[in-house]
Design a protein around this ligand. Structure first.
Ligand code: HEM
Length: 321
C-alpha cells in the first residue's frame, strides 16, 4: 500500500513538474516544441529556403550571418528583424548591420507562409534558427537538429549591436573575449568563423588588410586590390572564400594556411597563435569541421533565448505586436 501511495505521489510530481516549470520563463528549448502546434513548420522553412538559395546562392550566406548577428545581440530573439520605432532605435542600422545584413524579405516571406498554416504560433526567432540551419545544409554543409521554443523580443538595441558584434579588424584576443562573453569557447569561435567559406564582403571591410597587413599572400592581395582601390569602391564585393564561394566546405581554413584570409580577423586564427593547430586540423578534415560547426551552431542558437511567458510570438517579424 505504502509503495503504491509513493508511486502515485511520484507520478503526480512527474506530471506536474514540467507544467509548473513551464509557467515561468527560463524553460529550456526543445526539439519537439512545434510537433503538435505546427507540425509543418520545418518543411515550410526548408522549401522556402531551397527556393531562395536556388534563386541566389549568396542568400544562404546572408541568412546564416543574420542569425549570428541576432544571437550575439541580447540573445537569439529576432531583435535584429525589428524596424526602428518612435520608442527605440533598432539594430538594422547599427554599424555591423547597415547596408550589410540582407535577407529580411526572405524571413518575411517564410513568416507569411507559416502564419497561414499556424497562426500566431511560431516565433520569428525560431524561423531564423531553422532558416540558418537549412541555409548551411543547402549550400553543401552539415545539418543538425534545431532546439526550438524561442520567443520574440519586444525591443531592439542599436548600441548593443555596436558593442557586441566583432569587427573585421579584431585581434585574436578580442575574438576569443567577445565569443567567450557569449559562452562560446575559442574552439567554437574558430569553427563558427568557418561560415566565411560562403558569402561576399564589401571592400570597405577588407581594405586595411589588403593594403596594410604583412601576413598576406601578395598575389592574393594584388588580386583584391584590383577591385578595391585605396580611395574608392567601398561597396564593391569580393567573395570571402575565393576558391569555392558558394560551397559550404573547409576551403576557408586552407585559405588561412596560405595567408588568403580576406579579413584581418580571419587571418588572426592562423598567425602563430592558439588556434593554428585547430585551423590546420579543419583544413585537412572536412568531417571534423562539419561536426564542430554544427555543435557550435546549436550552442550559439541557445544564447539567452526568451522562453515561456517572456517576449511574444510576433505576427510580423518587423514589428512588435
Ligand atoms: C569571428 C568574428 C567575425 C567577424 C569579425 C565577421 C565579420 C564579417 C564581415 C566584416 C563581413 C562582411 C560584411 C559586409 O561586407 O557587408 C562578414 C560576412 C559574413 N559573415 Fe562574418 N564575421 C565573424 C563571424 C561570423 C560568424 C560566427 C558567422 C556565422 C556563423 C559569420 C557569417 C558570415 C557570412 C555568411 C558572411 C557573408 C554574408 C553575405 O554574403 O551576405 N560571420 N563577416
Amino acid at each position: 500500500m505504502a509503495t503504491a501511495a509513493v508511486r502515485c505521489l511520484l507520478t503526480v510530481a512527474v506530471v506536474l513538474a514540467p507544467l509548473l516549470a513551464g509557467a515561468d520563463a527560463g524553460r529550456p528549448l526543445s526539439t519537439g516544441f512545434y510537433n503538435k502546434k505546427c507540425p509543418n513548420v520545418q518543411s515550410i522553412v526548408r522549401a522556402a529556403m531551397a527556393q531562395a538559395v536556388t534563386a541566389e546562392p549568396r542568400m544562404g550566406a546572408s541568412i546564416l550571418r543574420m542569425f549570428f548577428h541576432d544571437c550575439f545581440v541580447n540573445g537569439c530573439d529576432a531583435s535584429i528583424l525589428l524596424d526602428d520605432t518612435a520608442s527605440f532605435t533598432g539594430e538594422k542600422n547599427a554599424g555591423p548591420n547597415a547596408n550589410s545584413v540582407r535577407g529580411y524579405e526572405v524571413i518575411d516571406a517564410i513568416k507569411t507562409q507559416v502564419e497561414v498554416s499556424c497562426n500566431a504560433t511560431v516565433s520569428c526567432a525560431d524561423i531564423l534558427a531553422l532558416a540558418a540551419r537549412d541555409a548551411v545544409n543547402l549550400l553543401g554543409g552539415p545539418t543538425w537538429t534545431v532546439y526550438l521554443g524561442r520567443r520574440d523580443a519586444l525591443t531592439a538595441s542599436q548600441s548593443a549591436a555596436n558593442a557586441n558584434l566583432p569587427g573585421p579588424g579584431s585581434s585574436l584576443a578580442t575574438l576569443i573575449t567577445m565569443f567567450g562573453n557569449k559562452g562560446l569557447s575559442p574552439r567554437d569561435m574558430t569553427a563558427l568563423s568557418g561560415a566565411h567559406t560562403v558569402g561576399q564582403a564589401r571592400c570597405s571591410t577588407f581594405r586595411d588588410r589588403i593594403y596594410n597587413d604583412a601576413n598576406i599572400n601578395t598575389t592574393f592581395a594584388s588580386l583584391r586590390q584590383q577591385t578595391c582601390p585605396q580611395a574608392s569602391g567601398d561597396a564593391t564585393l569580393a567573395p570571402i572564400d575565393a576558391q569555392t564561394p558558394e560551397a559550404f566546405d573547409n576551403a576557408y581554413y586552407r585559405n588561412l594556411m596560405s595567408k588568403q584570409g580576406l579579413f584581418h580577423s580571419d587571418q588572426e586564427l592562423f598567425n602563430g597563435g592558439s588556434q593554428d593547430a585547430l585551423v590546420k586540423k579543419y583544413s585537412g578534415n572536412a568531417a571534423m569541421f562539419a561536426a564542430d560547426f554544427a555543435k557550435a551552431m546549436v550552442k550559439m542558437g541557445a544564447i539567452s533565448p526568451l522562453t515561456g511567458t517572456q517576449g511574444e510570438v510576433r505576427l510580423n517579424c518587423r514589428n512588435a505586436n
